[in-house]
Design a protein around this ligand. Structure first.
Ligand code: ADP
Length: 361
């Protein structure tokens, strides 16, 4: 290859740089290209395939100045979507340009998610804040009437609670998006986490005379962050209770299947229309906003569950029929952990459920 105008040290340096590196001459001929440049099919038969990238190199050589731009290319592989690249063209004396390309795709994707999230949060916060401000005005106007004062004060309290749970869910979700529970995981006894999640939800279930039944045979250990898993289970149980009529039953079953532990939360509630099933895990998506408002829902519960599952290398599934009920299944990779009382397990003294915890009466 013709690169006689460049000394060996420059060529060695360019060859040692990480990422996508391309060296071109004044005629646009590629003299050196890193493996990544070839993998991305940016270089073929000695020329740059992208017009924008080639133009950036040509401008750099013509002006003898470093230039930078951002380009979006169609991915060469079967993976869908575009590839966003930052292109820096550095002029090298003798009429050469060294192109250094950084992949911005992931960074841009996260920026877009954050931007949408902030816009949605702003929109969602406006509703309770607007309501509180109107109620404060009403309260002021009704100051002579103790009954109305009581009424407006109660409604203000409800809106403030709604605001608080929205803020909590937003904090939960943004924390989840930045954390990797598998980088420094703890061993989690799922049975213990589940028991405490059921305890948390028991007073809401009791108020609606909903019975929670558990079936959880043997030991179930996973790796990750116990607080996150607990939040996800509470969200599923909360929904099961919130979207069910009084005097019904919520069944929680823990099953082992190959490498995974599946936790089913099954209710006899209102169910979810088939057309909505693919959308319920989106942030702020509610099937029936009016109902969600009554139940105090934020529209973030299932988005949190989905994030927790994927952060733990698992998944969330839903089965539902309108008017019959729903089953949400959290599927998480299981680990085999040593039990402190391994002897009793060998002796067959494991807790053989199903056991019924009647928390409704
Ligand atoms: P919300 O805070 O509104 O409950 P979620 O993200 O937890 O938000 O759920 C999204 C929507 O999915 C809910 O608004 C509700 O319409 C529906 N949904 C969730 N769980 C159930 C369930 N167990 N039964 C019926 N509908 C449900």
């Amino acid at each position: 290859m013709e690169s006689g105008g460049l000394d060996k040290r420059t060529l060695t340096l360019l060859g040692a740089l990480p990422g996508v590196v391309i060296l071109v001459n004044a005629k646009g001929v590629v003299l050196q290209a890193s493996d990544e440049a070839t993998t991305l099919r940016l270089v073929r038969r000695g020329i740059i395939t992208s017009v924008e990238v080639a133009d950036t190199a040509a401008k750099c050589v013509a002006s003898k100045r470093t230039s930078a731009t951002e380009v979006s290319l169609v991915r060469p592989s079967k993976r869908r979507g575009n590839l966003d690249l930052r292109v820096r063209a550095i002029y090298l004396p003798g009429g050469y340009a060294a192109l250094l390309l950084d992949d911005l795709t992931e960074e841009n994707r996260l920026t877009a998610i954050r931007r949408d999230f902030v816009a949605n949060v702003g929109h969602e916060l406006k509703t309770p804040v607007g309501a509180i401000s109107l109620l404060a005005e009403a309260l002021e106007a009704a100051s002579d009437d103790p009954e109305s004062v009581q009424h407006f004060a109660n409604r203000m309290k409800l809106e403030a609670e709604r605001l608080a749970s929205l803020i909590n869910d937003v904090i939960d979700l943004s924390r989840l998006q930045g954390e990797d529970p598998l980088s420094d995981p703890e061993t989690i006894d799922l049975n213990v986490v589940l028991e405490s999640a059921i305890d948390t939800i028991s007073s809401a279930a009791h108020a609606k005379r909903i019975t929670i039944v558990t079936s959880c045979e043997g030991d179930h250990f996973i790796e990750g962050d116990a607080d996150q898993v607990s939040t996800a289970l509470i969200n599923l149980l909360n929904n099961a209770v919130a979207y069910s009529e009084p005097n019904t039953r919520v069944a929680v079953a823990v099953r082992v299947s190959d490498e995974m532990i599946n936790v089913d939360v099954k209710d006899q509630g209102i169910g979810i229309p088939e057309a909505e099933l693919s959308r319920i895990f989106e942030r702020f998506y509610r099937v029936d906003s009016a109902r969600s408002r009554v139940t105090g829902g934020t529209g973030l519960g299932l988005a949190i569950v989905r994030n927790v599952c994927s952060n733990h290398g698992g998944d969330i599934f839903v089965w539902s029929v309108e008017g019959e009920g729903s089953t949400f299944t959290m599927s998480l990779p299981r680990i085999v952990a040593a039990r402190p009382d391994a002897d009793s397990a060998e002796a067959g003294l494991v807790d053989a459920t199903p056991r019924e915890v009647d928390r409704g009466t």
